[in-house]
Design a protein around this ligand. Sequence first.
Ligand code: OGA
Ligand code: MN
Length: 309
Amino acid sequence: MMLKVNPILPRFGAEVSGVDITRPLDEATRREIVATMDRWGVCVYRNTGLDNESHIAFSRIFGHLERAPNMRGGPPKFGHRELFDAGNLDADGQIIRDPVVLQHKMGDRLWHTDSSFMPLRSAYSLLLAYEVPPEGGMTWFADTRSAYDDLPAAMKARIEPLEAEHSLWWSRMLAGSPLSEEEIDARSSARHPLVHVHAGSGRKALYVAAHTRDIVGMDRVEGRALIRELIEWATQPQYIFPVKWQPGDLVIWDNLSTMHRGGGYDETRYRRDMRRTTVREGEPPAEPDDPFADLLNNTLNRPAPAATA
Ligand code: OGA
Ligand code: MN
């Protein structure tokens, strides 16, 4: 199988065609698809014909899938725990008007990497469009490998040994949710190197975005200035592009070599139905693997609380 690959930027992003991803794939094709991701960081597959089940099945060629948050504990919205909701429709298919939910979703408008607030990082995200607004609602991507490559040598040396603290609640606060520093301190977070070697390509990448709250061991003000500087650096025009969606389009991004953000649209007027699977890095963790339940119960990094009557 030879995939057809059309680069979007010279070093980053590609439109891929020439393969039917609704069907089971042979090993050679699977490897080619993964290698194309390793090379380009973001791959756009147009008009795929995928549905919930084939989307999940195709996603599994990349590894084991994260279960999406299920806060109310009822049946999963799309019939599968593996599907995250990136749209603006409620369980009855009506446009969501709950201000708390809308506010929470605003965090996706900031440059971010999915689930960097988890100790086990998300590798790939696969977002499939079902319904798209007639205007707006694009998704933007940024190349954190080329951004790293182009940094001045002094900055590379400065950030190489650093680690950062990532918190979901920090990005929500940045996007306007009413949370205090103390409340964020009391909730789960995760620590990751600021620069890492992207396993599939051997290239170094920045690992910093909206969930990145502090640099470990650095003064808060100084650390946050550095975080902002790196995000601004990596989202300069030469590192970014938008994807304009049509129903049926699938975009795969590698969270370990990219950042992304949702573009704005009139979410009180237009419907948007977008569903995402997420592949966690490494080997499958011991069951049960339900990271958002642990995160939202605030037990992610902590010893289990003593049982109370
Ligand atoms: C996501 C996400 C942005 C968008 O699904 O992880 O950030 O444009 N989506 O829907
Ligand atoms: Mn996201």
